[in-house]
Ligand binder design. Structure first.
Ligand SMILES: *[C@@H]1O[C@H](CO)[C@@H](O)[C@H](O)[C@H]1NC(C)=O
Ligand SMILES: *[C@@H]1O[C@H](CO)[C@@H](O)[C@H](O)[C@H]1NC(C)=O
Ligand SMILES: *[C@@H]1O[C@H](CO)[C@@H](O)[C@H](O)[C@H]1NC(C)=O
Ligand SMILES: *[C@@H]1O[C@H](CO)[C@@H](O)[C@H](O)[C@H]1NC(C)=O
Ligand SMILES: *[C@@H]1O[C@H](CO)[C@@H](O)[C@H](O)[C@H]1NC(C)=O
Ligand SMILES: *[C@@H]1O[C@H](CO)[C@@H](O)[C@H](O)[C@H]1NC(C)=O
Length: 386
């Protein structure tokens, strides 16, 4: 088990909408950065048999037995190694500490078809650095987090967890990655989340969260990815979120966010942005000229909002853009200045706006285009026969 942790540690599987699927250097750096901790944890583990080491501590053994007892269904018998005849540091998915024999540092039980509640005793595994229950059928409340002071990765994506995200999550001050996407969580994002000063990745998309995006997030300026898409969040996007020098993904689509988005200096303050998803909200404002400076931008989705004004010619500088979705907004003006320059475009949506003028002949240069939506605008002139 342990041997498989490094380098694939944070690479999400295919089900995440392809967010990290490309081999971009930026992404790779992030994956490596975030898996460094697991690398260190897992190095050398395996030879030491926890129950034979002097000073062995059985506290965590009891918590693990509680965890197993609470599980209702284990159709693949993934936990068959979890029995008294085998030292618990050799159980499937369990890694224990080198310096504190018997204390569990990693619980890695992703994609094992396990279901049932998570025993609150998991909250007693106070040496835990990684809790990975990704893609199972766990339900009920999130386990208590307030004593997991060493936790670095909380990976509970795609389960059926209910209830709220406890404010005590901020007690886990070493947290680097939070992924709670794809559950049934309700309530607000903890207001003090900004206290998690080591956080790089915050993913809580596809839940039922309400309330606003906490302004305290602005305190975590090293954030690389914020994904809060497909919840019921309201209010505006705190302006400071647009000022993170390393941020490569900001995904806030499918909420009820309102107000003016994309301040005029947006392109200066988010130089590393690769993916901007704001679709299906009630956002308004113009696309600033500075957006054309974000040279690594690949996906820009502003569809189904109230954005308006001309699309600046500077957009034509974004030669790496592969998806541009402006459908169902109130944009106007001509598209001639930028349209034909976006040579890597595969999906281009301009449908349901007030764009005017001709559809430029340079459309013929967009050789990678697979989907083009132009309906319901005020384009005029002949369809170019280049
Ligand atoms: C095991 O660790 C727990 C928690 O740190 C501690 O309370 C307990 O005294 C330890 N037990 C032994 C036998 O060292
Ligand atoms: C976990 O800790 C709680 C108190 O914090 C205690 O009541 C419970 O018995 C502990 N469970 C195990 C398995 O140690
Ligand atoms: C967590 O589990 C998922 C699903 O099995 C796996 O893809 C991922 O690599 C695991 N992450 C870590 C840090 O162990
Ligand atoms: C969690 O943090 C709060 C506030 O920072 C503190 O009062 C509390 O004692 C902490 N709880 C634990 C179990 O460490
Ligand atoms: C979200 O909440 C609404 C109303 O509170 C409910 O109708 C809906 O089923 C919930 N969706 C999920 C995914 O929990
Ligand atoms: C955010 O940072 C400011 C100043 O650095 C600090 O005063 C404040 O307590 C922090 N708030 C949170 C919620 O992290």
């Amino acid at each position: 088990m342990q041997e498989r942790l490094p380098f694939c540690a944070l690479r999400p599987s295919k089900g995440n909408g392809g967010l990290m699927s490309a081999n971009q250097p930026v992404r790779l750096t992030m994956v490596m950065l975030l898996s460094l901790s697991s690398l260190l944890i897992s190095y050398g583990v395996g030879e030491i048999c926890c129950s034979t080491v002097p000073g062995y501590n059985s506290t965590d053994l009891l918590s693990l037995l509680d965890f197993k007892r609470a599980i209702i269904s284990d159709p693949r018998q993934a936990l068959s190694s979890w029995h008294a005849g085998i030292p618990h540091c050799q159980w499937e998915g369990v890694t224990s500490s080198l310096t504190h024999p018997g204390r569990v540092t990693v619980l890695n039980l992703g994609e094992l078809s396990l279901s049932g509640p998570v025993s609150p005793s998991v909250g007693n595994l106070t040496f835990l650095k990684i809790l990975n229950l990704t893609m199972n059928g766990f339900n009920g409340e999130l386990p208590p987090l307030d004593r997991l002071h060493k936790l670095q990765q909380l990976l509970l994506r795609d389960n059926s967890f209910q209830g709220t995200i406890p404010d005590t999550i901020t007690n886990c001050s070493y947290l680097e990655t939070i992924d709670l996407s794809g559950n049934f969580l309700i309530g607000k994002i903890p207001l003090n989340i900004g206290l998690l000063s080591n956080l790089y990745v915050l993913r809580i998309s596809k839940n039922n969260l309400t309330g606003t995006i906490p302004p305290s997030l602005k305190n975590i300026s090293q954030l690389l990815l914020i994904s809060l898409a497909d919840n019921q969040l309201t209010g505006s996007i705190p302006e400071e979120i647009g000022q993170f020098p390393n941020m490569w993904g900001l995904l806030l689509g499918g909420n009820r966010l309102s107000g003016k988005a994309l301040p005029s200096n947006f392109g200066d303050t988010l130089p590393s942005l690769t993916w901007l998803g704001l679709s299906s909200n009630k956002l308004e404002g113009h696309v600033p000229v500075s957006l054309g400076k974000i040279s690594g931008l690949e996906t820009l989705d502003l569809s189904f909002n109230n954005f308006s004004g001309h699309v600046p010619i500077s957009l034509g500088n974004l030669s790496g853009l592969t998806l541009l979705n402006l459908r169902f907004n109130k944009f106007n003006g001509s598209i001639e200045g930028w349209f034909g320059k976006l040579k890597n475009m595969t999906v281009l949506g301009l449908e349901e706006n007030n764009f005017t003028g001709p559809i430029p002949c340079s459309i013929g240069d967009l050789t990678k285009l697979r989907k083009l939506y132009l309906a319901n605008n005020e384009f005029e002139g002949p369809i170019c026969s280049c």
